[in-house]
Design a protein around this ligand. Structure first.
Ligand code: MLT
Length: 404
């Protein structure tokens, strides 16, 4: 008789952003005239920029002629895109990463969920708390998380590294040594960042303990401060202990286009096996490559015009971040993030829980945000607002919150 993968039954009821969408839909049905402003999910709102659109059109036209038509993409990515990434994201930042150490994919979400597959089920996983839920849920699906404790809101086999006000919303080295360490900086959800010195300490720790860091740098283009590293490979020794995940979603607005990549240096070995070879095998077996059209759009992100336009998009969102940050600060809210990241992390007022504040904000201001507790137990009493909204609507949302 067929049996299901029972690890899936252990998952908490639904994915955080699906729960929020359901609640907002219910509110919308009950209040059809409400002018809802969505600052919940970190989804971009600006259109793709002209250079990207141009390259998409050109690539579509190529698909219309037999001479230029492309079928299956190379499963690890087209050379033109991998070289552009290696040159612009790594070489120009002084990082030693070659084009053939880059695996092009349909985005950082799937890579961050799938990467655990190449590690043993026995590996001990450490995550920041609060954390992007995908890292935890995919380890639950893989049977690596143990059992869930309703009281603590924690999984028995996962090491939680609290990122609280007291720690500057940064993780500290855990007392129990992990095998896999998920780090996301600039951070989702808190918007905090690590300096290069601090990240170097983590790299040294991982090398010393033969642990692997899975470094999610999806928000690197939002970095505005000089001492914040854009890549973990800016740190010495990272080629021996780190995998990096990147996305075109947040910088170039590809959330609906889908493109990302994972970097695995060929020098990254576990038990004499290169992780590069395992991921290449996995990619080759389970994936037929990101679409040609989309990879051409990705290439255009690195053109001179593309870079300028992408800078404009990031600036647009960061103006929103500054407006939210300053507006809420002035109104007496305790807020952080929003300087090197498109997320603002605020302490819920009047001792409200994160979900209580979610309902309060929705019912009184018709503004949607994300409850901090949805990202982990240390997120309780916090709330996340995204800077990815329309500028006018973002201002209106802040004004409504301040005047509540
Ligand atoms: C978020 O809101 O945390 C992000 O949009 C999630 C994602 O990038 O998948």
């Amino acid at each position: 008789m067929v049996k299901i993968n029972s690890d899936y039954t252990l998952l908490r009821s639904s994915y955080l952003f699906s729960t929020i969408a359901k609640k907002v839909k219910e509110y919308e049905q009950a209040n059809p005239d409400a002018n809802i402003i969505r600052l919940g999910i970190g989804d971009v709102t600006r259109p793709l920029s002209p250079t990207i659109i141009d390259s998409l059109h050109k690539a579509v036209d190529e698909m219309a002629a037999a001479e230029t038509f492309r079928g299956y993409a190379p499963d690890l990515g087209y050379e033109f895109l991998r070289s552009a990434i290696a040159r612009n994201d790594y070489e120009l930042r002084g990082c030693d990463i070659a084009a053939d150490e880059i695996f092009v994919s349909d985005g950082a979400k799937s890579d961050s969920g799938n990467i655990q597959e190449i590690f043993s089920k026995d590996c001990k996983v450490a995550v920041c708390d609060p954390v992007y839920p995908v890292y935890v849920d995919t380890n639950v699906m893989a049977g690596r998380a143990g059992t869930y404790d309703e009281t603590s809101g924690k999984w028995s086999n996962i090491i939680y590294m609290p990122c609280t006000k007291e720690t500057g919303f940064l993780p500290e080295i855990p007392t129990e040594t992990p095998d896999l360490i998920y780090l996301c900086f600039p951070n989702n959800p808190s918007g905090s960042t690590m300096t290069k010195t601090r990240l170097q300490e983590w790299v040294d720790y991982a090398v010393r303990n033969k642990a692997i860091i899975i470094y999610d740098a999806a928000y690197e283009s939002y970095i505005s401060e000089d001492d914040v590293p854009h890549s973990i490979y800016e740190c010495e020794g990272a080629r021996e202990c780190a995998i990096e995940l990147r996305s075109f979603s947040k910088n170039a607005g590809f959330t609906g286009v889908r493109l990302g990549f994972t970097v695995i240096p060929k020098t990254l070995m576990v038990d004499g096996v290169t992780l590069h070879s395992l991921w290449a095998r996995r990619h080759g077996t389970k994936y037929n490559g990101a679409p040609y059209i989309v990879q051409r759009a990705g290439e255009a992100v690195y053109s001179e015009e593309g870079k300028k336009e992408i800078r404009g998009l990031v600036d647009y969102y960061m103006n929103n971040a500054a407006y939210i940050l300053n507006g809420l600060k002035k109104a007496g809210y305790e807020v952080s993030g929003g300087v090197n990241a498109p997320y603002i992390w605020l302490k819920t007022p009047k001792g409200m829980t994160s979900w209580e504040y979610f309902d309060y904000l929705l019912n009184n201001a018709s503004v949607v945000g994300t409850p901090g507790s949805g990202f982990g137990p240390s997120g309780e009493g916090y709330f996340r607002l995204t800077a990815f909204g329309d500028a006018d609507k973002t201002k209106e949302a802040v004004d409504r919150i301040v005047n509540m």
